[in-house]
Design a protein around this ligand. Structure first.
Ligand SMILES: Cc1cc2nc3c(=O)[nH]c(=O)nc-3n(C[C@H](O)[C@H](O)[C@H](O)COP(=O)(O)O)c2cc1C
Length: 421
């Protein structure tokens, strides 16, 4: 898997003929060179490519590159890449179903999920053509992936966490590999709400897939401001509130306290007519109490769950691996926790629940649906296989066919305790 690996720290000899300032500058240059080396390991780019951002054409493709190329070729055989479609025709924003003139209709008919009823209500007032979304922070702004996969096949995409102002993110290191998952402390790196709306709105409208904006902040006003600035942005169909952020007043995470979470939900609901989804943190002492409070405050759905707090120690340096010390654990390692919380929350509320945490296959998605989620998000799995969300859709369609179901909705909540007759 192409996760970031940690290198042995290189000890540098000191040139006594140089001043301390000169030595420090040399060391900093060395560090920069090391950073580039590490990026090269992460993305499989050469150092020159990492430094310049330009692709070295003479280089043999990486494993991941080869897999992507194969995947793209398969898609091409199925009906063409998204980028090959006439641009003028890509302005349709309809999610109800393609018209006869829409080239997407012809392509959609070749997809394995074609003809299977996968539609779900992901949030009150938000119907999706299938229950598979990408998770925030793991799919960029969606547009980056549009040249790799047919994003219009997804139920929805959730963009990267958006804050009122631009944020550079946390200090390095920000990713560490763990058994069956990763720890991250990216720290909400984003260009800020105004820039996100300006830069991506038009592209989102042309993607042919609904966009859910993930909102983050450090005060109630921050969340309201982001939603205010994003209002009217083409392609946006709902907001997902990342309440795993500390409140500046008191420092407690919004999502750890039922009344703080309710305050944010209520304020954002008053600002927008679009559905508002609250993303639950598993780090709350009582997640079910937070879920209930958000429902009462008007939330239209709940996402279960955000990442689980975790830490790794670099035993050579005798220090935490991540620059922030602790980080958020994601991937298959957290799936049983996420399924458990989905199962508890689905019984406590009557609004839709979106399952997230370690979904890598249709089988995983089915666990969440049976536990009461009406849709799922695929996150970390996309880093190892950008086609993972599409494979989940295909697998769910195959399941509906194999079991001769009328729709995927027949699966939702089937593992929940039955109400007494
Ligand atoms: C690198 C990375 C960045 C993330 N950024 C965000 C974010 O900006 N906002 C948010 O609500 N969740 C964020 N998440 C959490 C994911 O959206 C998701 O809830 C979590 O990773 C569990 O799903 P997964 O195991 O499928 O990745 C991030 C996760 C990762 C791995």
């Amino acid at each position: 898997m192409p996760w970031r690996r940690f290198r042995k720290k290189v000890e540098r000899s000191i040139d006594v003929s140089k001043s301390i300032e000169e030595s420090l500058e040399d060391a900093a240059e060395g560090e920069e060179q090391e950073d580039l080396t590490e990026l090269a390991e992460l993305d499989d780019a050469t150092i020159a490519e990492a430094a310049t951002g330009e692709l070295d054409d003479g280089r043999a493709p990486s494993d991941l590159g080869a897999r992507l190329r194969d995947a793209l070729e398969t898609q091409e055989q199925r009906g063409g890449l998204p980028s090959e479609r006439p641009r003028a025709r890509r302005t349709s924003r309809s999610h109800e179903g393609p018209s006869e003139e829409d080239p997407r209709a012809a392509n959609a008919a070749r997809n394995p999920e074609f003809g299977v009823d996968l539609s779900v209500e992901a949030a009150r007032g938000l119907l999706l053509k299938n229950p598979v979304m990408t998770a925030s922070g793991t799919f960029g702004q969606g547009v980056e992936y549009a040249e790799l996969i047919d994003v219009s096949r997804l139920g929805a995409i959730v963009n990267k966490g958006t804050t009122p102002n631009a944020r550079p993110g946390n200090p390095q290191y920000r990713i560490a590999e763990t058994p069956s998952g990763i720890l991250n402390s990216i720290g909400l790196e984003n260009p800020g709400a105004v820039e996100v709306a300006r830069k991506y709105g038009k592209a989102w409208a042309e993607l042919g897939v609904p966009v859910i904006v993930n909102v983050a902040g450090y005060s109630v006003d921050d969340y309201v401001y982001v939603v205010h600035e994003m209002t009217g942005t083409p392609g946006v169909v709902a907001y997902e509130l990342n309440v795993s952020c500390p409140n500046v007043k008191g420092g407690m995470l919004f999502g750890c306290d039922p009344s703080l979470a309710a305050d944010v939900t209520r304020a954002v609901k008053a600002e927008t007519d679009l559905p508002v989804i609250v993303k639950l943190t598993p780090n709350a002492p009582d997640v079910v109490a937070v879920a209930r409070a958000c429902e009462e405050a008007g939330a239209d759905a709940l996402t279960a769950i955000n990442t689980v707090l975790g830490m790794r120690i670099d035993t050579r340096r005798r220090r935490p691996m991540l620059g922030t010390g602790s980080g958020g654990l994601s991937g298959p390692a957290i799936r049983p926790i996420a399924v458990h919380i989905t199962y508890q929350v689905a019984q406590a509320v009557s609004i839709p629940v979106i399952g997230a945490g370690g979904v890598t296959s249709a089988e995983d998605a089915l666990e969440f649906l049976m536990a009461g989620a009406s849709s799922v998000q695929v996150g970390t799995a996309t880093f190892a296989d950008p086609l993972a969300p599409l494979r989940v859709i295909e697998g769910l369609a195959a399941y509906v066919r194999e079991h001769a179901l009328g729709s995927i909705r027949e699966v939702i909540g089937t593992a929940l305790p039955r109400a007494p007759e």
